[in-house]
Write a protein that binds this ligand. Structure first.
Ligand code: CP
Length: 307
């Protein structure tokens, strides 16, 4: 069966198909409100989540399906020592599709090897978050019209941020895009990702200077410093407020720049920015429901995807 473990698992044609279906579902929700009746989505969340878990739940409910699962490893038999492979082999008898979030990198890929039903990666450690990438790309298409010939500025914890890793790779496949990667020197993108971007021929530069980097940006993508991935609190505290996007910083950006953030935010985007029309992060979170509706529908019912 088909799974989605990595943001490169979907071809550009498959992505287009999902964007069009999500657009159609947003425009005409009644047409799809019963389309997954009798189907169950399993949510296996071993790490906390608001958006990913609940937007998947919302998506399945809006399609007429049902949801079961757990939202924390303490609520499952993982607490008693059960391996993910056994949990998955049991859960695939209880549901028709499952979303897994787990602190270990590669966990969803492992799960996909044991599951008889489609597995969707809801975030595996600091590695990948492909449905956040679908949300990000769908938001950019919706708000900027295309995914090509754009200047992107990514800022924050580029070392641990799985949304950055997923989304950068996905955007690097579209022609004409340029990337400025802004972070403290301790939080640059991992070496494997730098190599992969280079192999793909992506045009990118690394910087520590936010203000000068955003002047050309069409999309500014901010991320939280990932406290849970640090070995000690002292290092986190030293880096946590290095880049704060406020109205003064935004005054250096283009008038039509789009500001995205996967959320949750801690302190990296000031609340004062929320009333700026360029602040797209709550619109982004909402669009996440429609693209997840399109994904679940396609993985269960079939359609143009070989994921
Ligand atoms: N963007 C995102 O993954 O948010 P949650 O951690 O709340 O799911």
């Amino acid at each position: 069966c088909k799974h989605l473990c990595h943001s490169l698992d979907l071809s550009l044609e498959e992505l287009d198909y999902l964007f069009n279906l999500a657009k159609e579902m947003k425009k005409n929700p009644a047409k799809y409100s019963n389309s997954l009746a009798g189907h169950i989505l399993g949510t296996l969340f071993f790490e906390p989540s608001t958006r990913t878990r609940l937007s998947f739940e919302s998506a399945m409910l809006r399609l007429g399906g049902q949801v079961l699962g757990f939202s924390d490893s303490d609520q499952s038999s993982a607490k008693k020592g059960e391996g993910l492979w056994d949990t998955v082999r049991v859960m695939d008898g209880y549901c028709d599709i499952m979303v897994i979030r787990h602190p270990k990198e590669g966990s969803s890929l492992l799960a996909s090897e044991y599951s008889q039903v489609p597995v969707i990666n809801g975030g595996d450690g600091g590695h990948q978050h492909p449905t956040q990438t679908l949300t990000d790309l769908f938001t950019i298409v919706t708000e900027k019209g295309s995914l090509e010939n754009k200047n992107f500025a990514f800022v924050g914890d580029l070392k641990h941020g799985r949304t950055v890793h997923s989304t950068l790779l996905a955007l690097a496949r579209y022609k004409g895009n340029k990337f400025t990667l802004i972070s403290p020197s301790e939080l640059k993108i991992p070496a494997y990702l730098r190599e992969q971007l280079t192999k793909m021929g992506a045009e990118f530069e690394e910087s520590t200077d936010l203000k000068s980097a955003i002047s050309d940006a069409d999309v500014l993508y901010s991320t939280r410093i990932q406290k849970e991935r640090f070995f000690n609190e002292e290092d986190y505290l030293k880096l946590k407020d290095n880049y704060i996007i406020n109205n003064c910083v935004l005054s250096h950006g283009k008038k039509d720049m789009l500001v995205l953030h996967p959320l949750p935010r801690v302190n990296e985007i000031s609340i004062e920015v929320d009333s700026d029309p360029r602040a797209g992060f709550f619109r982004q979170a909402k669009l996440g429901v429609y693209i997840r509706m399109a994904l679940i529908h396609t993985l269960i019912k079939g359609g143009h995807t070989n994921a």
